[in-house]
Design a protein around this ligand. Structure first.
Ligand code: DLZ
Length: 208
């Protein structure tokens, strides 16, 4: 019998003008890279500008909650500074707070186009991506639970959508399948996370 599991039909959402952060762990890089690419691809497909997608990395999944919390806070600081000076570049966020490891989703846009497209508003949503693979000890259970609770806590306390891109895997093969790299039906969960970020970002604007 075919599986009934899946995200269901979704409406089409217009991500134009949204500013989205992706924070990802570096452990299990092959799977991570595919998931991040999937998320970026789907964000762009909805109209989010490449210049308004900020990517930060952390060593492992355990660091995701504190990184999400800080990048979101820093984006508010940047937005406030920008509204007084009017000319702070998006990348200044990085030096003002979480200074390491950030990159714009693209660096190839011409300067005039980038200047028009880059937003300095606080992030509308943040996608947290990590890949935990069960080993021989209880490590996996502790980190999975801590990160899940941590991300939920951050999104409720900060009132910003934090998309749960944490894969908790029993085998590497499960991860490859979910990143669209497996031998079965190719589906990249990162794409779902990008769409979820846009939908929640827009709905949150409507709720507030
Ligand atoms: C230490 C560790 C291990 C064993 N496995 C993973 C993993 O599968 N996925 C992951 O994202 N991170 C792993 N880590 C690193 C921890 O998340 C964390 O970075 C370190 O314990 C330092 O706090």
């Amino acid at each position: 019998m075919a599986s009934i599991k899946g995200p269901g039909d979704r409406e089409t959402y217009d991500g134009t003008g949204l500013r989205i952060a992706i924070v990802h762990a570096r452990w299990n890089t092959k799977i991570i890279d595919a998931l991040v690419s999937g998320a970026v691809k789907s964000l762009i497909s909805t109209g989010v500008s490449k210049d308004n997608i900020v990517i930060q990395t952390v060593p492992g999944s355990y660091e995701l909650p504190v990184a999400v919390q800080n990048i979101y806070r820093a984006s508010h600081v940047q937005a406030a500074a920008s509204s007084t000076t009017g000319d702070i570049a998006a990348t200044d966020l990085l030096s003002s707070s979480t200074s390491d490891l950030t990159q714009q989703a693209t660096t190839t846009t011409s300067s005039s186009t980038a200047a028009a497209a880059v937003s300095t508003a606080p992030f509308d949503a943040i996608i947290a991506i990590g890949v935990l693979i069960k080993g021989e000890t209880m490590h996996f259970e502790y980190i999975s639970e801590a990160v899940s609770h941590g991300l939920m806590r951050v999104q409720l306390e900060a009132n910003v959508p934090v998309i749960f891109g944490l894969l908790t895997l029993l085998t590497e093969e499960q991860g490859l399948e979910r990143a669209g790299l497996g031998t079965g039906k190719k589906h990249n969960h990162g794409e779902d996370w990008g769409h979820a970020a846009v939908e929640l970002a827009l709905k949150r604007k409507g709720w507030s």
